[in-house]
Design a protein around this ligand. Structure first.
Ligand SMILES: [Mn+2]
Length: 343
């Protein structure tokens, strides 16, 4: 088949899928939209865009996320109407899951539901478990909002400035402002369409990606002060006291810290080893190509992507540090040996 024929086929397949979306939507009036725990910009962008779209289609809609919306996302339309849990005994006709790789990612928002409605599953993770009755999974899309930008007009939704703002937020955050592997010409064209529809790229990037909470930077300061570098591994430890010092209430994310450490020129990968109040040790791994930290995380009972992965360990902190460093060092040596063989 020629490229042109293939593109045409893909177009009709997507079309047929969207026809199924239209069909399930036409039968539903009370719709619950859920996104994943610890929501990021793509999760909240998809959630609020879907909310606006369904309102436009005259549906009654409830938006739910297990965890709170971070203050930096307050600019998103409908962000103040995102609830922490659904009315557990209410009967919804349809549940739309956005940006969730599997059912568990929805957290209590799903498990607490007494009447489990059929699920429309819209996501871009390769690992998606197809847990819906209808599954719109496009793993070559940079973000779930990229899928929605394509889909919404085809099911009769007009992309307003508000909807475009939510959609562009997902594109900007999941691609770190269009600078990661996986950003295609199509991603950029999609973004351009959203700017045409009125979304403000500079403002969205500033709010969702650039500005940091004070507590986040305090956590980075502690982490960087304690950082050690050995054999291309930058690692640091955040104990319970550190977490309590930066914030007594909400858990402050250390993802940015891990990214920053993995960006150091002499570093191959980073590990942020974090003690949580439940006594468990969480480890966040980051790397730059060609290093793959998902191998290391899996070996320690966790998982994730090549460049970002994590695991949880139920052992004392000292032992956890030792184990993480041992596995990371061995894996890096093995990965380098394999790379040299390929050359
Ligand atoms: Mn996403």
């Amino acid at each position: 088949m020629s490229t042109e024929q293939l593109e045409l086929l893909e177009y009709f397949m997507a079309d047929a899928q969207y026809a199924r979306v239209e069909e399930v939507l036409s039968k539903a009036q009370n719709i619950l939209v859920v996104t994943h725990i610890s929501p990021d910009g793509d999760a909240l962008g998809s959630l609020t865009a879907m909310g606006l779209a369904l309102k436009q289609l005259k549906k009654s809609v409830t938006l739910v996320c297990d965890d709170a919306v971070q203050p930096k996302f307050a600019y998103l339309p409908l962000s103040d109407s995102v609830e922490r849990k659904p009315v557990w005994n209410r009967e919804y006709d349809l549940l739309i899951a956005v940006d969730c790789g599997d059912e568990q990612r929805m957290g209590k928002a799903y498990t607490l539901l007494r009447h489990k409605p059929p699920i429309l599953n819209i996501d871009h993770h390769v690992s998606n478990t197809m847990f819906g009755e209808v599954n719109i999974i496009e793993s070559d899309a940079s973000s779930t909002t990229e899928i929605l930008t394509n889909m919404l007009p085809q099911i009769g939704v007009t992309i307003t400035t508000e909807i475009a703002t939510s959609l562009l937020t997902g594109l900007v955050t999941d691609t770190l402002a269009f600078r990661v592997v996986g950003v295609t010409a199509k991603t950029l064209r999609t973004a351009a369409d959203l700017v045409d529809a009125g979304a403000n790229l500079a403002e969205i990037t500033m709010n969702s990606l650039v500005i940091k909470e004070e507590a986040t930077v305090k956590l980075w300061r502690i982490g960087l002060n304690k950082m050690k570098m050995i054999d291309g591994i930058a690692w640091t430890v955040l104990n319970n006291k550190d977490h309590m010092y930066v914030s007594k209430k909400e858990k402050v994310s250390s993802h940015g810290l891990g990214n920053m450490m993995a960006d150091i020129d002499v570093v191959k990968m980073s590990a942020v080893i974090s003690e949580r109040e439940d006594g468990r040790i969480r480890v966040g791994f980051r790397s730059r190509p060609p290093y793959d930290v998902s191998i290391i995380a899996s070996e320690l009972g966790g998982g994730g992507h090549r460049l970002a992965a994590g695991c949880a360990l139920d052992i004392p902190l000292d032992e956890a540090i030792e184990q993480v460093l041992e596995v990371a060092r061995r894996s890096i040596a093995e990965q380098e040996a394999a790379l040299n063989l390929d050359k």
